[in-house]
Design a protein around this ligand. Structure first.
Ligand code: ES4
Ligand code: ZN
Length: 326
């Protein structure tokens, strides 16, 4: 089919991807064996069988459990390189990846170890596959602002490797306003800011991310659709939404993919993009997410063009790189 071919061949950027969410069951078991860690599943099939979620929290419980196999620099290298190799096949020319340092610091894995593995793999992939990248340090919103500030302090020696900061994990009851001081500090350090908001949380959390945390992008943002004034603001300011169709389906953020708001938002003039979020858990990488939209919504070729173009526009590439990519 021609839309499938178009998806395959168009150059694109991925802007919403958690490295820990790209840990495939096969690699999880391999790293568990290498580190002599016992996983509470008999095999890869049993693990995969457990990937059925009613909400974000049920997923996060498995996601954090999965991170227990990531302990050495080599583990972080293998995780990151496998992701980069995989997206090369999807014609991704630029990627901006999140990692959750607090999840690993809590297990005694230093930031130095995490970053050495991740950045070595990113640099090697740029060399081998010609994929450019940015790294985003994401704070866990279920923990305190104090703990996030402490993590930021630990990251200061490594800021040359970090383009921006994010805020992820459980959204309900964890409003952006809880982290106002943290993101003011990040802003002062010259870090870019992107915030998960409006996935399970209300449109009000999107407003807070924009007004209180100075977010330049919104990750997910589905529930912006409930606030007409917010939609106008997002369109006028050109604030991108990094949407994740298969993630939304697996976490019951939408009842069915034919109810996904992405085309409505695109037609209202918002800069929406397609991303995979946690591909190892949600059943597909970026092109699978495009294909899922095609399978459930009245997607036309110009939509695919615009979504790919938006991903390059919304990226944090340097202006000259961006010009070339567009
Ligand atoms: C996440 Cl889908 C999603 N939402 C919020 N936080 C996350 N961390 C990893 N995946
Ligand atoms: Zn996410």
């Amino acid at each position: 089919q021609s839309l499938t071919h178009l998806i395959q061949q168009l150059p694109k950027a991925e802007l919403h991807l958690h490295l820990e969410g790209s840990l495939e069951p096969e690699l999880m078991f391999k790293l568990a064996r290498r580190n002599q860690i016992q996983l509470p599943y008999a095999d890869e099939a049993a693990l995969h069988q457990a990937y059925q979620f009613n909400n974000l929290q049920e997923f996060l419980d498995l996601y954090y459990q999965g991170t227990s196999v990531l302990n050495t620099e080599e583990d972080f290298y293998d995780l990151t390189f496998a992701y980069m190799k995989r997206i090369h096949a999807d014609q991704v020319i630029h990627t901006e990846v999140f990692f959750d340092p607090q999840a690993h610091l809590a297990r005694g894995v230093s930031l130095e170890t995490q970053l050495r593995g991740i950045t070595h793999a990113l640099a090697e992939a740029r060399h081998q596959f010609n994929i450019s990248y940015r790294l985003i340090l994401s704070f866990l919103r279920h923990l305190s602002e104090e703990e996030a500030l402490n993590t930021l302090e630990q990251a200061l020696p490594y800021l040359d490797q970090i383009a921006g900061v994010g805020l992820d994990s459980s959204e309900r009851g964890q409003p952006p306003e809880k982290f106002t001081r943290l993101f003011a500090r990040c802003h002062a350090l010259g870090l870019k800011v992107t915030i998960h908001a409006g996935e399970e949380g209300p449109a009000e959390y999107v407003w807070q991310a924009l007004k209180l945390l100075n977010a330049e992008r919104i990750d997910h943002g589905n529930r912006a659709l409930e606030d007409a004034e917010l939609l106008i603001y997002l369109a006028q300011q050109g604030i991108p939404l990094t949407m994740c169709p298969l993630s939304n389906q697996k976490l019951c953020v939408v009842p069915e993919l034919d109810q996904h708001p992405i085309l409505q938002l695109l037609e209202k003039g918002l800069c929406v993009t397609v991303n995979s979020d946690d591909p190892a858990y949600f059943g597909g990488y970026i092109n699978d997410n495009f294909q899922a939209l095609v399978n459930h919504l009245p997607v036309l070729p110009h939509h695919i063009y615009q979504l790919c173009r938006n991903s390059l526009i919304a990226s944090w590439m340097d202006p000259s790189e961006k010009q070339q990519a567009l």
